[in-house]
Design a protein around this ligand. Structure first.
Ligand code: FAQ
Length: 314
């Protein structure tokens, strides 16, 4: 088919809300943009295991420990679905990991903050998973089939993560005065990073308009931030915790909460590699990857042996 006809057909599929599948023709820019977003999403899930993983050995009860282990394992699973979705676009997972290690691909800024107390685990579940799910539900309708389908399962698990975070934080905020103070301190530290997880302001976002046109993104970063604040502000009342934003208040005329401006310089700094834990997070990922080399080699050798046996048997 003529390249012009291919593009017309592609645009028609997108406009009709049909899914683009791996074997379909797609513009190079669409492929590149998807690889970029899916890879940074996958890296975020895997690096995102570190802040909470820090508390597995110190969870306050067996029940909390079992829940936290299950959650952190879920994040590993999400990373794997996403690397698989990226591979359908013709890249290799090993190549994506090399790009992460070389600083050529990103992961979410939010995972560059430390988890100082047990309450941080609850705050991450409530706020970070809350922001992540606000962003990911519309991605279930992304125009690229494998990414959209991966998101359906991820969102189911993510909504459990948010519930458990809320429940854990509720237990603390309705506990002793010290526990309440610990929960408040965690919310003070995680509120703004969670808002910034949803990306720079629309005015600063380089990819939003093209991603919206291709129906990869269904809402802009600012629209999702508003949705997120509208969801969590009333939940904060139930928790009896106060978000650290003096401008946060219900606006009857708009039918939404008003809220203050994020510190965009801080987001730029953290995305640029200069957050509180950037170096530690990446160094840990690199060393875990290197230490796991023997597992990958053994799995590859096993697969090769298995397929050779299969060939002989056939
Ligand atoms: N951190 O033009 P835009 C989770 C980059 S998963 C770092 O607005 P876009 C689950 C952006 O990549 C959390 N970098 O970009 C969990 C781009 O750089 P590039 C992650 C950021 O793509 C919970 C540049 O800035 N979720 O939390 C950030 O249209 C608990 C310009 O930005 C996803 O990844 C940031 N916050 O919109 C796990 C969802 N914001 O690539 C463990 C999928 C922007 O040109 C525990 N991703 N950048 O070098 C998306 O929806 C989008 O990529 C956005 C950014 C909304 C994140």
């Amino acid at each position: 088919m003529d390249p012009v006809d291919l593009e017309v057909e592609f645009n028609g599929l997108v406009e009709a809300d049909q899914r683009i599948e791996p074997r379909d023709w797609m513009p190079d820019g669409y492929r590149r943009n998807l690889i970029r977003q899916i890879a940074q999403h996958a890296h975020s899930e895997i690096i995102g295991m570190q802040p909470e993983g820090n508390w597995i050995t110190r969870a306050p009860s067996l029940r909390r420990k079992a829940i936290l282990m299950a959650k952190v394992q879920d994040e590993a699973g999400h990373g794997l679905y996403l690397y698989c979705a990226a591979e359908t676009l013709g890249v290799d997972r090993a190549e994506l990991i090399d790009q992460l290690h070389a600083g050529r691909q990103k992961y979410s800024s939010v995972f560059n903050y430390p988890t100082l107390t047990w309450a941080d685990v609850g705050a991450i579940g409530w706020l970070v998973d809350g922001a992540a799910i606000t962003n990911q539900i519309p991605l279930c309708r992304c125009s690229y089939g494998p990414y959209a389908r991966a998101m359906v399962r991820v969102c189911k698990e993510e909504s459990f993560h948010q519930r458990q975070g809320f429940e854990s934080l509720y237990a603390l905020s309705h506990g002793t005065p010290e526990q309440h103070a610990m929960a408040q301190d965690a919310v003070d530290r995680w509120w703004w990073p969670s808002l910034m997880l949803l990306g720079p302001s629309d005015a600063e976002s380089t990819h939003t308009s093209q991603s919206m046109a291709w129906r990869i993104k269904r809402f802009t970063n600012d629209e999702l931030r508003q949705r997120f604040v509208d969801m969590v502000a009333p939940q904060a009342d139930v928790l009896e915790l106060t978000p650290p934003d003096p401008e946060l208040r219900w606006n009857e005329a708009r039918g939404h909460y008003d809220f203050g401006e994020c510190d965009w310089d801080e987001l730029r700094r953290v995305v640029g590699g200069d957050g509180p834990c950037n170096r530690q997070r990446l160094a840990h990922h690199v060393s875990a990857h290197e230490e796991g080399a023997w597992v990958r080699e053994a799995a590859a050798a096993y697969a090769a042996k298995h397929s050779a046996v299969g060939v002989v048997a056939a």
